[in-house]
Write a protein that binds this ligand. Structure first.
Ligand SMILES: [Zn+2]
Length: 363
């Protein structure tokens, strides 16, 4: 009998944060003096976008409050569960597997329609079921970002002991328990269309184990090859602004001290394609008093509310002299490349006077 495998895929949470520069110390000049600052409220707000609903169309028109009484495909004896950890390091998965098995023991009448009992013995010699924790889920249908995989078992004749379910390593405790519950649900005959929805739906928001935040990383990007889009339409002198940006980009291509090496920049036409976006004119978050601002966007896979790696940054320049544009862009690029504190930035961006900012500082 063919066994369908079903997967649970993972959605990462996208977060964003805006860091404006402090208002000018030389208030009389239209170009604000950027002072590096941790913006108040500058930490990212996670927006745990709820997962998409499964597209499966249930054939029944109403969801029964209680599952139709049926037969446990595993029989009446407790299901003996062994645990294999193919992950690189020691982690106590047994407690999380027990949390998952307890969930089904507690809710069997409501969701399964038959009683189920488990015996979790990580090293069991002849288990009925092995929960294998692995960094890479083996081929499981056509889903590429699967975090778990299990056979859908509805009939005793389908079961070939020991059956295996896979759960990805590296997830937080809560997410590990959730994925394990989900996969065990398949081995008890439940599909993505079955309740409880919060466990059995095909996609859920999941979190990884805690990881370093972008601001703690030496280089908070997946790689050093950047796409750049400059929208200079609203600059005082669009052509001059473009050339100022070029100076800043070339400066970073030439491996300035303390910065990552081998950075490349490719200008692209469409803003949506660009990882670095440079624009002119005020926004609600960045007014003329700021001079320039950076907004950072990225992913927050561990759900701690802070971005871990950037997917894009937006540099906004407000009402600046054309001659100062390159400096402001260069200043914020250092920030984007991991040098948040002024002391970590290349020399031209430490304590620069207004005159220095308008000079050919890249030389
Ligand atoms: Zn599934």
């Amino acid at each position: 009998m063919a066994v369908r495998t079903l997967v649970l895929a993972c959605l990462l949470v996208l977060a964003g944060c805006t860091t404006p520069l402090d208002p000018s110390t030389a208030a009389s000049t239209p170009t604000a003096t950027p002072v590096p600052a941790d913006a108040p409220g500058g930490t990212a707000t996670p927006t745990p976008t709820q997962s998409r609903s499964p597209t499966t169309t249930a054939t029944s028109t109403a969801t029964p409050a209680t599952a139709t009484p049926g037969e446990n495909p595993w029989g009446t004896e407790p299901i003996v569960v062994a645990i294999e950890n193919e992950g690189g390091r020691d982690r106590d998965f047994a407690a999380l597997v027990r949390e998952a098995t307890r969930f089904w023991e507690k809710n069997d009448g409501q969701y399964l329609g038959f009683p189920v009992r488990y015996e979790v013995r990580p090293d069991a010699a002849n288990p009925d079921l092995v929960v294998t924790f692995t960094p890479e889920i083996p081929d499981c249908g056509n889903v590429t970002d699967a975090v778990g995989c299990a056979p859908l078992l509805t009939d005793a004749r389908q079961i070939d002991r020991p059956e295996t379910v896979w759960v990805k390593t590296g997830l937080s405790d809560d997410s590990t328990a959730l994925v394990t519950e989900h996969e065990l649900g398949h081995t008890l005959g439940l599909t993505h269309a079955d309740p409880p929805r919060e466990v059995m739906r095909a996609r859920s928001v999941l979190y990884t184990e805690p990881q370093p935040n972008a601001t703690e990383r030496a280089f908070p990007w997946p790689d050093g090859d950047f796409t750049v889009r400059v929208d200079a339409e609203d600059a005082r002198d669009p052509a001059g602004a473009q050339s100022q940006v070029d100076h800043a980009l070339t400066y970073y291509e030439d491996d300035p001290p303390g910065m990552p090496t081998n950075l490349t920049f490719e200008r692209v036409g469409a803003e949506t394609d660009a990882e670095i976006r440079i624009r002119f004119g005020p926004t609600p978050d960045c007014q003329a008093s700021s001079g320039s601002c950076i907004s950072t966007y990225g992913v927050d896979p561990d759900g701690d509310g802070a971005i871990e790696t950037y997917t894009r940054v937006e540099i906004t320049l407000v009402d600046l002299d054309t001659d100062a544009v390159g400096w402001h862009v260069g200043y914020w690029l250092a920030h984007a490349f991991g040098a948040e504190a002024d002391g970590e930035k290349p020399p031209p961006f430490r304590d620069a006077s207004g005159r220095e900012r308008r000079s050919e500082w890249w030389k």
